[in-house]
Every structure is written in C-alpha cells, then in structure tokens.
Design a protein around this ligand. Structure first.
Ligand code: GLY
Length: 363
C-alpha cells in the first residue's frame, strides 16, 4: 500500500468496517465484525489484539490453555508478527527511521505482579517484546533504551541482524527520493530512468511511500482472571533517529491492572504520549465504564486536546489512534479516534476472528 502520511488515515478507513454502536462487548453478546462471525465467546480465558493480531491471539490462547503465564503467552503471540517480514510496522521488516535504520520499541506488563518491562529505540534485535520481558524479569529497571537495550539483549544471547528488508528499504528510498525536488536524491521518475514505467507517463505521478504508525498490541486474560499485555512496534516510519513512541511507555501504549483490566494502543504515538490513553482506559473501567466506552472516552479526551496543526477542515484530529481494552470479567472492546475499525479476538475455541469497533468520528 503506497500512501502518504496524510493519506494514512484515509487508507485506514479503507480496511475499516462499519462500526457498532453501543457501549461494550460482553462475552456472549453478538459482536459481528468484518470477516468475522458473530461473537459468542464463552467466558474466560480470552485474548484480544489490534487487527493485525489474529495469529498472535491464537498463539497466546494456545499457550494460556496449556497453562503458561499470560505474559509469556502474549509475547509468544506478538513474536509471530515481529518475525513476519511482510508486516512493515513491527520487528523484522519494519519501516526504518529517516536514516534507514530500523529502531524498535516494545513493552510488557504482568498483572499478577504489577511489573513491567520495556525497550525503546533498540536496533538489530528482531524481538523487542522478548527483550522487554527480560527487562521485567531480569533487571531492577523498567525501561532500557538504544545501545544499552541492545547490549542487554546480547548479554542474554539474542542474535544481532540487519532488520531492514529489501521491501522496507525500497519504501524508505521512495520516501527519501521524493522529499524534495531540490536535493540530490533522484527518484526513477526524476532521473528519467527508462526502467521506470511511470517515466513514460506525463505528468509523472508522485509515488508516495508507505507510511505507518502501525503496531501490535495483545492482551491476555486467563481462566482464573489474571491479565497481561504486550505492545511492540517499529514506530513511526522515517522518524527522527532516537524518536520513542508510545508503545514502550507504560500507561501510554500499554497498561495492566490485575484488579480491573488491561488496555493497549496503536496509532499516532505522540498523541498517546500526551494523554496516556491506556492508563486512562483502565481507570475508566475501574469507574464502571465498559471497555468500549472507556476506549471511546479516552479518545474523546485526545480529540479535545489536539493542537490546531493536526486538525482537518472540520476541526477534527486528522490522525488515528486506536485503543483495545479487556476487563477482568471477560468483557472486551476497542475504539478508534477517526473512524470505525476492527480488533482481533480469540476465546477458548482457539480460532481468532475480527470484531468491529466504533470510531469517535464517523469518517
Ligand atoms: N504507536 C506507535 C508509535 O507511534 O510509535
């Protein structure tokens, strides 16, 4: 998908489904979604994730049913996506920073101990979620960044590798070559490269690169009511080196309170860092809101605080931010800032499906 930064929100709508009204998704309720059968999940255990997390949900559920800790289960689930070179928003194959270097962020949080671990701007290690888990378990810290995080991973036996795949490099080059007509980087269209079919058309089309704030968030709830979560990402594509998004920040990209529920986020990290929506959603659930209504209310607060520069002609935020929430009793829900979307879910039946989620704005 070749889209510009501004068009990212529009493209997201292209895969979004019609939204559902209402205030939550109780287990056993009908929760129809794009490509998914009506709901009907039958109680705990339950795993939910962002829409790119179908396989992650199934893996996490399989491991929880086998008796594994939910934090190990969700990390094993998201690692499937980190290992997938075709997902350009996470791990291997993630889109790089402006210098062509892949820098990854991830966090984990474990309900029963209320412990958390995270890494930010880590390079050359494809599974930042696994490193975050070790930060939680094998250090007295919560967050390691950059080269320190990489060296910590190496100390634990992780292998270094170049995470920039040829497909991601091509996207980065397209971005770089289309930044300005006045610099020395020429796109095939500008250079007159005869191998470019586009060159033969007049006027030459602008080839916008893929652009993403993509991420995977996965939340697990065991049969006995224990919660855990993980969020992992390559972050904003073509970011300034060293930029850290919301994913590794506890309370922003992820929050778990074993007495209440868990929440996680994908989308524009900067908006989340300014509003701590995962923490907010859990607090709203503590106050009695359903997961879906908690997500919607947290996102309404983001909308209210959005600076003018990031609003469209109608005055609405022109970016998307998505929240997913799972309550201790097995209720789940999600919402997006811009428009209806979908989330992944897997109950004890073991087959993951998508369910529709509402948007704060209709479109
Ligand atoms: N939510 C991912 C990021 O902004 O980095």
């Amino acid at each position: 998908m070749n889209i510009s930064r501004r068009d990212f929100v529009q493209a997201a709508a292209g895969v979004a489904a019609a939204g559902l009204g209402g205030v939550g998704r109780a287990l056993g309720q009908q929760a129809a979604g794009p490509g998914g059968a009506p709901g009907g999940a039958a109680g705990r255990p339950l795993v939910v994730a962002s829409s790119n997390g179908l396989a992650a949900c199934e893996k996490a559920m399989e491991l929880m049913l086998a008796g594994n800790d939910p934090v190990d289960a969700v990390v094993a689930g998201v690692a499937l996506v980190e290992d997938d070179p075709n997902d350009h928003s996470v791990g291997l194959g993630g889109l790089p920073n402006e210098e062509g270097v892949v820098q990854l962020d991830a966090s984990v949080m474990h309900g029963p101990t209320h412990k958390a671990g995270a890494v930010a701007a880590i390079e050359r290690i494809r599974n930042p979620s696994k490193v975050a888990l070790l930060v939680m378990r094998r250090t007295d810290h919560v967050l390691l960044v950059g080269d320190g995080a990489r060296r910590f991973a190496l100390a634990h036996g992780f292998k270094e590798e170049d995470l920039l795949t040829d497909a991601a490099r091509a996207q980065w080059l397209r971005w770089k070559e289309n930044l300005s007509k006045d610099d020395d980087w020429l796109s095939p269209e500008e250079s007159g490269d005869p191998s470019s079919r586009a060159h033969r058309r007049r006027p030459a089309p602008v080839l916008a690169p893929e652009w993403t704030w993509g991420t995977i968030n996965c939340l697990g709830l065991t049969a006995s009511g224990d919660l855990a979560g993980c969020t992992t990402t390559s972050g904003l594509s073509y970011k300034i080196p060293g930029r850290v998004g919301d994913s590794p920040i506890i309370g922003a990209g992820l929050y778990v309170d074993n007495d209440v529920g868990a929440a996680g986020s994908t989308g524009r990290g900067e908006a989340n860092l300014q509003n701590l929506t995962s923490f907010t959603a859990v607090e709203l659930m503590r106050q009695g809101r359903s997961p879906e209504e908690a997500c919607l209310e947290a996102l309404r607060r983001v909308a209210a605080k959005t600076e003018k520069r990031l609003r469209n002609a109608a005055g609405e935020p022109d970016f998307d931010l998505n929240l997913y929430a799972l309550r201790k009793d097995g209720q789940f829900g999600g919402a997006s800032l811009r428009r209806p979307g979908k989330m992944a879910l897997c109950d004890r039946g073991g087959k993951a499906r998508h369910v529709a989620t509402p948007g704060v704005y209709a479109g």
